[in-house]
Design a protein around this ligand. Structure first.
Ligand code: AKB
Length: 320
């Protein structure tokens, strides 16, 4: 069975990707790596967990060697809104972790998954049915890192034969762990706030369309792509994937149909507003569908039902 190392395992994606990978590859074949001590401690209750700074090439390399790793999932990233507060740090962390992952994947012959994002696109990208191959001139440092990462990952594949694969994640909606520092975070936060307080203040404009994805589809996409027949992949870094697109107002109106007492208002963050306006409204994901069978299961209504159910349980247990 393959040995998998998840780097940056304590974030929104990692928290749910680790148990998903354990189901696919076996509990003892997944190693969760994190830089924050308290998160390593929490992870260690459910899996093999180690402290690892992805920017420390030597320490990272020792872990890859020690565990005989076959596949690395590099989830280390400062997200779009946070990145704008400190562009130098965003470049250092996002590109540093990627470069170390690429060089170690090359040295130890590992496959490598590093998510890209809708953030790789910018204002002059076509916003309707954004094609797989199109203009990519992002307006954020996060997007600059994502485009650079896509190019570098394709380069390592072509030049050195490293098995790099990736998807452009839309905003991911999940109930495992709150996201932090992203432009799409509102679509997660609102569920907890509506359950706990019955109201929500949104920092993204009411009419900003963005692609979103429910976590179970995001997890499925990740392992499906990494297990796909390489002969069928025309693209590698990175595939558009999409399942639903909506504005804050549309989401809130749908939630209100289930919870009529829900109220909301807007206090727009200009940085997030500019980022949201520069991203696609809806992407064309036909290459992912054709090349490796991407086929999302979750739509807006199912997602809302599930999110409300799980958030209610969490709030009741005092977990939020
Ligand atoms: C963000 O909003 O920065 C992320 C993303 C879409 O990559 N959730």
């Amino acid at each position: 069975m393959k040995k998998i190392l998840v780097v940056g395992a304590g974030g929104q994606i990692g928290t749910e990707l680790v148990p998903h990978l354990q189901k696919v590859y076996g509990e003892d074949n997944v190693i969760a790596a994190e830089v924050r001590d308290e998160v390593v401690k929490k992870l260690s209750e459910k899996c093999i967990a180690i402290k690892l700074d992805a920017l420390d090439f030597q320490g990272y390399g020792e872990a890859v060697k020690k565990y005989g790793v076959d596949g690395i999932y590099n989830l280390v990233a400062l997200l779009s809104a946070k990145g704008e507060q400190n562009p130098d740090l965003a470049w250092k962390i996002n590109m540093g972790a990627l470069l170390n992952s690429l060089n170690l994947a090359r040295e130890f012959k590992c496959a490598l998954f590093t998510p890209s994002s809708i953030g790789a696109f910018g204002s002059n990208t076509p916003h309707q049915m954004t094609p797989q191959d199109t203009i990519m001139r992002p307006d954020t440092i996060y997007g600059v890192c994502k485009v650079s990462g896509e190019l570098l990952s394709d380069y390592y594949f072509k030049r050195f034969g490293v098995d790099t694969r990736s998807v452009r994640f839309p905003g991911i909606i999940s109930n495992g762990c709150l996201p932090g520092g992203g432009t799409t975070d509102y679509a997660v936060e609102v569920f907890y706030e509506v359950v706990k307080n019955g109201k929500y203040t949104c920092t993204v404009p009411q009419d900003a369309y963005m692609d979103m994805l429910y976590m179970p589809d995001a997890l499925e996409a990740t392992t499906q792509l990494m297990e796909a027949d390489p002969a069928k992949l025309v693209h590698r870094n990175s595939f558009n994937i999409a399942s639903m697109s909506f504005t804050p107002e549309q989401l809130f109106q749908e939630i209100k149909k289930r919870i009529p007492s829900f109220t909301w208002d807007y206090k727009i963050d200009p940085v997030k507003a500019a980022i949201a306006a520069s991203w696609p409204d809806v992407m064309d994901d036909s290459c992912a569908r054709n090349e490796w069978g991407w086929n999302p299961k979750w739509g807006l209504q199912d997602m809302i039902t599930d999110m409300l159910k799980v958030c209610e349980q969490k709030v009741k247990r005092g977990e939020y």
